[in-house]
Design a binder for this molecule. Structure first.
Ligand SMILES: [Zn+2]
Ligand SMILES: [Zn+2]
Length: 217
């Protein structure tokens, strides 16, 4: 990336209405843009927080402004609108709608006016590129009311309204994870090597980036 290129800005395209209430799994998946010059890709910090250089793609529509120097002191701007969304399989992707300026490229190909970015894609313009990254956080919380009395898929003990600490998979499966209770049920830890009993997704027990090669692996 040209060291003098102005850094892109990402800002909400709409006013300040609060986001709607969303399922827990939704809020735990965050799309980010990372400078692709970081050759090792994004790295979570030791305590499971996102790469400090990551720019979050906000929920709802947002506008990204990129700039390209056309001559000394003069820059041309490239505008695009971004909006994260989830597929039916609850995989996070980002819709891109190009506005003004020269066309963007995705993974080296000229992007159509409306395109979709997936984790690990490269979003490129003439002076730089960003890698799309999906940051995953553990989803912890009480079981939803419709699962009270339903057996945990790991230990078969029914969930109760007092089970405040459970692990939630993106597929909706819930398992005990009573970390703060001495001798508490730790069904998600027991199950971690094999993945979710329903969808086989890897369990996200600490904040980290989705790995290349698919889904939440
Ligand atoms: Zn259990
Ligand atoms: Zn699952």
């Amino acid at each position: 990336m040209n060291a003098n290129a102005q850094l892109p800005s990402i800002e909400p395209a709409t006013g300040g209405s609060p986001p709607p209430t969303l399922p827990l799994w939704h809020s735990a998946q965050e799309m980010q843009l990372i400078s692709a010059s970081a050759e090792l890709g994004p790295t979570a910090t030791a305590d499971g927080q996102p790469d400090p250089s990551a720019q979050v793609v906000p929920r709802g529509p947002s506008r990204i402004t990129l700039s390209r120097a056309v001559s000394a002191g003069a820059a041309e701007t490239i505008t695009a609108y971004l909006e994260p969304f989830f597929t039916e399989a609850r995989e996070a992707q980002v819709l891109v709608l190009q506005g003004g300026g020269p066309p963007l490229r995705i993974n080296g190909q000229r992007a159509p006016r409306v395109a979709v970015l997936r984790p690990h894609d490269l979003l490129q313009w003439e002076e730089g590129e960003y890698q799309v990254a999906l940051f995953l956080r553990p989803v912890l919380g009480p079981p939803p009311s419709h699962l009270i009395g339903v057996p945990c898929p790991v230990c078969r003990i029914p969930f109760s309204a007092e089970d405040e600490e459970c692990y939630h998979c993106a597929c909706g499966t819930v398992m005990h994870l009573q970390k703060s209770k001495p001798g508490g049920l730790e069904c998600a830890l027991v199950r971690a090597p094999a993945g979710c009993p329903t969808c086989q997704r890897a369990l996200i027990l600490t904040g980290r980036y989705a790995l290349p090669g698919g889904g939440h692996g």
